[in-house]
Design a protein around this ligand. Structure first.
Ligand code: LMR
Length: 397
């Protein structure tokens, strides 16, 4: 039966981790996957999460199914984090939020939902975008097109190109936007640029689909949600937000994310929610309990939430320090042209390294990065920084 099945190429990000794990060289460094590691090179288990975990273990509650669209407390606390405590959209009941299996689950459920509502629409994603965006949306049946975003010459944003491309899209096209900490480039829009995008998207009748996987990793919870808040304030009838707690709660394997669909009225949001539930049921039936309980318990307690925000702030500051340290050390090692790494935001930097240079990093120095040159600066620490800097300087000569 399966004789004709050919070997499918490995995933460019998670497949690289498989190769990293199999590598037996001491001192290997994984700058491939987007995971935050602490100064000791470990994935942190956040203090607030540990507290809730202990409480849950003591309570030893039974594990029945949770609702198709997830834990109500999780959806409520998520809405407040994404749209803001005082959001008029929330007060008006215009947001339909569902707990999903990670941010990827939110993207896929959102894609399946939109395919039902807008069967002929295309989706436009940034050039470049997270590798999996194209795969998720094309698997859901979308035609995926690109809009200009990254300017390789400046290592920054091609904002005129972005506006020009968005301005040419057919009305009704879905536009995938990264709220902050753009993956893979680390290049973000500022608030004024966001406002221009919001105005254009609204005027052109496009449907924004915002992916917010790194809220809190650049400037803070509210500042990093600027795009969502500006769309909310714009009076636009409908937009979609996928968010993830993988990084901000360091709960990668718990698969905690959410899909929020904004409708024109409360009644519209209720009807959309019913269709989202049908879509989830036909994909994976209902989400998992544990991660959802961890997140909603932390977000539902003022004390635990403050503890979490503090730790998130520490992660953010450590990333900023690693960016600064990398740039400084690279300059000292004779590679002064990497100053742009300090202007980029979040976990990633599009380093400008070529595929051949990335191959050399892996083969000669056991340093793993994505073939596009994307590196995860959140995996750097004081112990591996010199190794990475010296290797990057060597392959850049
Ligand atoms: C990444 O881009 O490395 C992360 O978002 C992990 C993933 O699923 O690709």
């Amino acid at each position: 039966l399966f004789a004709s099945v050919e070997m499918t190429p490995g995933d460019p990000i998670l497949g690289l981790t498989e190769a990293f794990v199999a590598d037996t060289r001491p001192g290997k460094v994984n700058l491939g996957v987007g995971i935050y590691y602490d100064e000791q090179g470990r994935i942190p288990l956040l203090r607030a999460v540990q507290q809730v975990e202990q409480k849950l273990a003591q309570e030893a509650k039974p594990r029945g199914y949770i609702p198709i669209d997830g834990l109500p407390a999780y959806n409520l606390t998520t809405q407040k984090l994404v749209f803001g405590e005082d959001s008029p959209l929330l007060a008006a009941g215009r947001v339909a939020t569902s707990q999903t299996v990670g941010g990827s689950g939110a993207l896929r459920i959102g894609a399946d939902l939109l395919k039902k509502v807008l069967p002929n629409a295309k989706i436009a994603i940034s050039s470049p975008s997270w590798e999996n965006h194209r795969v998720v949306f094309s698997s859901a049946g979308f035609d995926v097109v690109d809009y200009a975003y990254y300017d390789a010459a400046t290592h920054g944003l091609d904002f005129p190109g972005m506006l020009a491309d968005l301005g040419k899209l057919e009305p009704g096209t879905v536009v995938l936007l990264h709220a902050c900490c753009h993956n893979p480039t680390g290049v973000d829009l500022n608030a004024e640029q966001w406002q221009q995008v919001v105005d254009l998207v609204k005027e052109r009748g496009l449907l924004p689909f915002i992916d917010m996987a790194y809220q809190g990793f650049d400037e803070g919870i509210d500042a990093d949600a600027t795009a969502v808040r500006l769309f909310a304030a714009s009076g636009i009838d409908a937009f979609v937000v996928a968010n993830s707690y993988s990084k901000s709660f360091s709960l990668y394997g718990e698969r905690v994310g959410a899909l929020s669909v904004v409708g024109k009225t409360r009644d519209e949001a209720l009807r959309v929610q019913s269709l989202v539930k049908r879509t989830i049921r036909s994909n994976y039936s209902s989400p998992a309990t544990h991660g959802g309980l961890l997140v909603s318990t932390v977000l539902g307690s003022a004390e635990l939430k403050a503890m979490w925000e503090q730790e998130l702030g520490e992660m953010r500051e450590r990333i900023h320090a690693m960016r600064a340290g990398m740039v400084e050390k690279l300059a000292a090692a004779g590679a002064p042209h990497f100053g742009f790494i300090q202007q980029q935001a979040g976990m990633f930097s599009y380093s400008g390294l070529s595929k051949a240079q990335v191959d050399r990093l892996r083969e000669e120095y056991a340093i793993y990065a994505i073939g596009t040159g994307r590196i995860c600066v959140a995996a750097l620490n004081r112990a591996n920084l010199d190794t990475v800097v010296n290797a990057v300087a060597a392959v850049s000569r």
